[in-house]
Design a protein around this ligand. Structure first.
Ligand SMILES: NC(=O)c1ccc[n+]([C@@H]2O[C@H](COP(=O)([O-])OP(=O)(O)OC[C@H]3O[C@@H](n4cnc5c(N)ncnc54)[C@H](O)[C@@H]3O)[C@@H](O)[C@H]2O)c1
Ligand SMILES: O=c1ccn([C@@H]2O[C@H](COP(=O)(O)OP(=O)(O)O[C@H]3O[C@H](CO)[C@@H](O)[C@H](O)[C@H]3O)[C@@H](O)[C@H]2O)c(=O)[nH]1
Length: 454
């Protein structure tokens, strides 16, 4: 099967590499010429576990292009995986998807029979919009045919993108015809039956169940994606709201999360209280679903509260520092971690950036250290007046307070009591509730977690 993937970011590149690994002939098209040149040179432009290895093993099945001129119109499947950013008011900027649809319409011929798969997260009705744009372009060249556009939302997590692609919980197929349904089932057959030899870098976990397939309408598929992200975001905001109360009444939110998570109806995942969620999806997608609801004059208070609670968590870090240090002006605060979660270099909607801005506004000097995301931070936020450190030692030196923002594995095992000896005040704020509170306290550190009853 020949597959064209449009957009070579987290979703496109991961999906393309996995499909090439499974033996498909994959072409990745991205308008970012620099990215395409990097990929041709064997460089992987994003940080994802196992991605370089899988691309290396599959490169004989992969082609990278930046122009539609090189488009093979005999392709079986075209996957749209371009960005769908927020316009700032919650509305989704669909222009990247629309431009791609137009290009597809300009390039298809009378003979071409591809199924168009929309993997980008898009508002309700976008599959129909893409179909209309393509068919109108075709009509301009006197080609009158119906094009199948499927909605096939993506559920991968950054940092575990390849793992989630090879071993998904479910595959959602939103289609209007049998032809489209069968083409998608054929495409995903190796994953559905797990017939492939797992890549060495992304091992198949023992006892993993086969993915379920949900075949539904494009509209339901589009809503499934928003509902999934809203639910996960809500779960985190729920535990964070209780963390605030736990702090006041003297309870430990970690114990509370354990106590409720053992109930199978609730489940223990996504109950980690802390600074709250960030990243490219939860903020954008919860805002988008509120925007859609608004268009129908429908009030989604739970989603609004989910968002409000989340952004309050970032301010809570400042309140904790103020309560321990009193005056932040002139103090030095270190941030351990910048990425919105470990194992990624992504800084989209990262809590770290808001925290840095607030600290600077309050007159603090800010030092930061992140194993992977510092280059992205300095390129994307050149205006941020922070000192980039090369190690945890350098970060702690002279600080009045240190905030653990991203729970990178290496931060879990730092020699905190030794590092704290070089701080002016031994205040450590554990923004992810991952450190050993009793041990830290024993060594004279003032430990503050989120909702840990101190
Ligand atoms: N990142 C995630 O974890 C994730 C997970 C599930 C779904 N999604 C959704 O998938 C979509 C893509 O997200 P992403 O994180 O991979 O984005 P990204 O920004 O990492 O990548 C998008 C890529 O598309 C390219 N592009 C834009 N316009 C193009 C065009 N006309 N032709 C060719 N290439 C073009 C860009 O240059 C960029 O490389 C979004 O809708 C997002 O909401 C993302
Ligand atoms: O208990 C938890 C779990 C997560 N987080 C935070 O939540 C954010 C998102 O984490 P995660 O969901 O692991 O990362 P993403 O890569 O943003 O993945 C989400 O967003 C993607 C884009 O739509 C979806 O495809 C995934 O299914 C969905 O999990 C991060 O800031 C985490 O630190 C918490 O604060 N507490």
């Amino acid at each position: 099967m020949k597959v064209l993937i449009v957009g070579s970011g987290y979703v496109g590149l991961t999906t393309g590499s996995a499909l090439a690994y499974l033996g498909y002939e994959v072409t990745l098209l991205d308008i970012n010429k620099e990215r395409i040149l990097q990929l041709r040179d064997g460089e992987v432009p994003i940080h994802e576990r196992g991605l370089s290895e899988v691309i290396k093993e599959s490169k004989h099945n992969m082609k990278f292009i930046s122009e539609w001129e090189s488009f093979d119109s005999n392709v079986d499947v075209v996957i749209i995986a371009v960005g769908t950013p927020n316009k700032g008011n919650g509305d989704v900027d669909l222009s990247y998807v629309e431009i791609v649809a137009k290009s597809i319409g300009e390039k298809l011929t009378v003979e071409s029979e591809p199924i168009i798969i929309n993997k980008s997260t898009v508002p309700i009705g976008s599959a129909r919009r893409v179909k209309t744009i393509i068919e109108e372009e075709l009509k301009k060249r006197n080609i009158f045919k119906s094009i199948d556009v499927a909605s096939n939302p993506e559920f991968l997590r950054e940092g575990e993108a390849l793992f989630d692609t090879f071993y998904p919980d479910r595959i959602v197929i939103g289609v209007e015809t049998e032809k489209a349904k069968n083409r998608l089932l054929k495409l995903y057959q190796p994953l559905l039956e797990q017939t492939f030899t797992p890549p060495l870098s992304i091992k198949r976990p023992e006892g993993i169940s086969l993915p379920s397939v949900i075949t539904t309408s494009p509209t339901s598929a589009e809503l499934i994606k928003y509902a999934a992200n809203s639910f996960l975001a809500m779960k985190i905001s729920f535990i964070n709201e209780f963390a605030g109360l736990a702090e006041l009444v003297g309870a430990d939110i970690k114990e509370v999360a354990k106590g409720i998570g053992l109930d199978k109806r609730i489940g223990d995942r996504f109950l980690q209280a802390g600074i709250g969620w960030g990243g490219s999806c939860f903020g954008k997608d919860t805002a988008a679903i509120l925007f859609t609801a608004n268009q129908y004059n429908y009030d989604m208070q739970l989603i609004q509260a989910t968002i409000n609670t989340n952004y309050k968590q970032r301010e809570a870090i400042i309140r904790i520092l103020q309560s321990e240090l009193k005056v932040l002006r002139g103090s030095t605060i270190g941030l351990l971690g910048l990425a919105f979660k470990p194992n990624t270099d992504d800084l989209r909607d990262a809590p770290s950036i808001d925290i840095i801005r607030s600290l600077i506004e309050l007159g603090a000097n800010v030092k930061v250290f992140d194993p992977i995301a510092m280059d992205n931070c300095s390129i994307q936020n050149p205006e941020l007046n922070v000192s980039y450190c090369n190690s945890a030692d350098e970060l702690f030196d002279g600080c009045n307070g240190v905030v653990l923002v991203t729970e990178w594995e290496e931060f879990l095992h730092l020699p905190y009591s030794k590092l704290a000896n070089n701080m002016k005040n031994k205040v450590i704020v554990d923004g992810r509730n991952v450190l050993d509170k009793e041990n830290l306290k024993k060594s004279g550190i003032i430990y503050r977690g989120i909702g840990r009853g101190e």
